[in-house]
Design a protein around this ligand. Structure first.
Ligand SMILES: O=C(O)C1=C[C@@H](OP(=O)(O)O)[C@@H](O)[C@H](O)C1
Ligand SMILES: C=C(OP(=O)(O)O)C(=O)O
Length: 423
């Protein structure tokens, strides 16, 4: 048995930063995630006139009353979908000229439905290159709010962004979604908004946000459930036990359900209010699973699927093609390269049982591909090599050290990971 200390949730850190920046006073965030994405978020907030300072392990966020009004800003989003999708709405609610740009990777990812929604609400959004992509300049005159229809079928982040800004609009906001993916992230948004004092409700496809204000507060960030998936999968395929404290049945993160998928495959999985415990039984079963709601964990499952006793088929995960890379293609290409019989369609992947051959993993600068195939490596006599291990910094700079420490502790116990691993 081994307890691992997981870093804070990326999604909760981003939401808490946004809402704290909109609240009137100073907020204290406890155990925020320290990673490339959240550093990008704090820097972007700084460009918009907010201060986030460190106090011990906490972050103190200056709210809107103390923020320096900035009427012109260049905001660089790096690789972060949360920054690129959330902060343009905050900027559009103000008065000024705000230019948003991002890494090549983030420039390729879709922004169109969000820009359309901002235009419908009254902002002028000008894309410099391809329509619906960064870089883009927002000429903002403040937004009154009102009713819009939004296609959130490629990313729920568009909806989250609009909802979080909703209380700042004098008329509030009503959003009808024509399509919606990654629903648990939206439920998380509603929960955190309420914790910061917003009035928001959902009636089927329509979300209603009342005009109002956010209240500064102290906010505890849960450990990251998507990051935990690598440690749960590692326990499952090596026949060891791992416990993640602070993440349990009451978690706001949908990705905790990944542990239940491992349970459906034969791992011994226990949820309490306080923690999640996964024990590998040495034999994982194949299955078909719909991961539309928890698609950040699709690469984790695909990477350990060769060790199941029957095919693993993951369906309804189209939007993983527009993440840091095309994750269906990247997972399938790497598995094929390892000699594993793998097929994909537009929104699914099927992986047959097999023993991976040695190979170099093409990470495509995607932290989840790097971390997922590191878990595959735990079952092999020789470690797989990653072409870009450093990309894990997007959400977990200490990933390799934390996993190595866990494996060392396992190796001292009765059952051991079958190999060490290297990068
Ligand atoms: O709102 C969020 O914090 C996130 C929503 C999801 O994105 P999509 O809604 O684009 O699937 C998820 O993949 C991403 O890692 C974080
Ligand atoms: C898709 C991801 O990130 P984001 O959309 O926040 O850049 C992720 O972390 O897997």
């Amino acid at each position: 048995m081994a307890v691992v200390d997981m870093p804070g949730s990326k999604s909760l850190t981003a939401r808490a930063l946004f809402l704290a920046a909109c609240a009137s006073g100073d907020s204290r965030l406890r155990r925020p995630l320290l990673s490339d994405d959240t550093e990008a978020f704090t820097e972007a907030l700084a460009s918009l006139g907010h201060t986030v300072r460190t106090e011990g392990e906490d972050w103190i966020v200056t709210g809107s009353a103390a923020a320096r009004p900035v009427q012109e800003a260049e905001v660089y989003c790096r690789d972060a979908g949360t920054v690129a999708r959330f902060l343009p709405v905050l900027a559009a609610a103000r008065k000024g000229t705000y230019r948003f740009d991002a890494s090549e990777q983030m420039r390729r990812r879709p922004m169109g439905p969000l820009f359309e929604a901002l235009r419908e609400l009254g902002a002028d959004v000008v894309c410099e290159g391809a329509e619906g992509h960064l870089p883009a300049t927002i000429n903002a005159r403040g937004l009154k709010g009102g009713r819009i229809v939004l296609d959130a079928g490629v990313s729920s982040q568009f909806l989250t962004a609009l909802l979080m800004a909703g209380p700042l609009f004098p008329d509030g906001l009503e959003v009808e979604v024509s399509e919606l993916v990654s629903v648990p992230y939206v439920e998380m948004t509603l929960a955190v908004m309420r914790e910061f004092g917003a009035q928001v409700r959902r009636e089927g496809k329509v979300f209603h946000v009342a005009p109002g204000h956010y209240t500064a507060r102290e906010y505890d960030i849960e450990p990251d459930a998507s990051t935990s998936s690598y440690f749960f999968a590692a326990a499952a395929v090596t026949g060891n036990t791992v416990v993640v404290n602070g993440l349990g049945s009451r978690s706001l993160q949908g990705d905790v359900r990944f542990a239940r998928v491992l349970g459906d495959m034969g791992a011994d999985v226990e949820f309490t209010d306080e923690d999640i415990r996964v024990t590998g039984t040495g034999n994982l079963h194949g299955l078909e699973v719909n991961m539309r709601d928890i698609s950040d964990t699709m690469p984790t499952l695909a990477a350990v699927a060769p060790f199941a006793d029957a095919p693993v088929r993951i369906v309804d995960v189209y939007n993983t093609r527009v993440k840091e890379c095309d994750r269906l293609a990247a997972s399938a290409d790497n598995l094929t390269h390892l000699g594993i019989d793998t097929r994909t369609g537009q929104d699914w992947i099927e992986v047959r049982p097999g023993t991976p051959d040695p190979a170099v993993i093409a990470c495509h600068a995607d932290h989840r591909i790097a971390m997922s195939f590191t878990v595959t490596s735990l079952r092999l006599p020789e470690p797989l090599l990653l072409d870009d291990p450093a990309c894990a910094r997007k959400t977990f700079p200490d990933f390799y050290e934390t996993l190595a420490d866990l494996v060392t502790r396992w190796n001292q116990g009765p059952v051991a990971a079958k190999s060490s691993f290297g990068i």
